[in-house]
Design a binder for this molecule. Sequence first.
Ligand SMILES: Cc1cc2nc3c(=O)[nH]c(=O)nc-3n(C[C@H](O)[C@H](O)[C@H](O)COP(=O)(O)OP(=O)(O)OC[C@H]3O[C@@H](n4cnc5c(N)ncnc54)[C@H](O)[C@@H]3O)c2cc1C
Length: 332
Amino acid sequence: MLAVVVARGGVLPLGAEESIAEADGQALIIGGGAKEAAQAVTGASALWWSDTGPGLRAGALARVLVGVLADVPLLLLPASPDGRDLAPRLAAALDRPLLAGAVAVRRDADGVVRAQLPRLDDRLLLTVECARPAVATLLPGVRAVPAAGRHPGPRELPLPPLPRLPAALSSSAVSAWARDVEVVEVLEPDPATMDLAEAGRVVGGGAGLVPTGSGAGQGRALFGLLAAVSAALGASAGATRVASDAGWIGYDRQIGTTGVTVGPELYVAFGISGASQHVSGLGSPRHVVSVNTDPSCPMTAMADLGLVTDARELLVELARRFGVPVPEEVRP
Ligand SMILES: Cc1cc2nc3c(=O)[nH]c(=O)nc-3n(C[C@H](O)[C@H](O)[C@H](O)COP(=O)(O)OP(=O)(O)OC[C@H]3O[C@@H](n4cnc5c(N)ncnc54)[C@H](O)[C@@H]3O)c2cc1C
């Protein structure tokens, strides 16, 4: 089993460490700045890198990787944008099934690959068995990562140069999976609208952000302000179930066992108690900040920084400092 991780500009994608842990610590880091990215891996038992240049030409890369990875029975990629682009092409190139968006994958002693795949908006967890080599992608934020341990030191795996296909191809000359689009520009995702599961920074709001007795309009206005301040911080807005049930924010922003599982580097919690159903959807954020009037609540207990203050007042002050307009109805 091997994790195949595509780096960009020397940076590992979200979910890289989790995929490496799921693959028992064995990983190949490819993409631009692969060596630097490999050096940033904190837990691995065997680590290789190959710098395949900037940008991702997934079709050409899959053609090259076939020769190197054909004997590895289970290839696991983080379900990052690049991982989701490369995985189906690798599967097609190797003539293997693709187990997409798994929350757990393993290959047992009997040689059977077993994956758990959430479907129907996470309402169904399918266990899929596959008695032949496979390619899988692992959702970020679904498993813990072992604490940083001893590192074997990454080794270079030389790969042949990526093939350049002629611009004009007859439809039968090259398989569909091997064709690459021409990348004109890569735009950073808008934190306000991007998939919460892929956000590197998340600012969450809970019941404590909205004063008791407020109307739904005030709750929605406060969560609108939370989203605007989050965007100013380069973060996406999330919420507890109390907030989504109250209609203050959409269900797509609810974090937890019955919501989205996130995997940010930074999580800032405004007025969130830290109930287990919420915290279980947080993944393993590197930094947690809790804003709460109760210094002993579970959210503050697990935070690196606890700010014991009124969440709404702090949010309004942050908005003022970032130049974000504050609606009349949410002013303290
Ligand atoms: C089957 C099931 C599934 C669930 N799934 C989920 C889920 O997916 N996601 C989820 O989030 N929850 C889920 N829940 C609900 C969960 O148990 C909690 O009820 C919920 O997470 C609590 O949300 P909260 O922290 O916003 O509210 P509360 O628990 O009410 O906490 C509010 C916090 O705000 C603080 N506070 C109060 N006033 C202020 C102020 N002025 N300034 C700052 N802080 C203040 C309080 O001290 C408190 O810590 C689920 C429950 C069940 C039973």
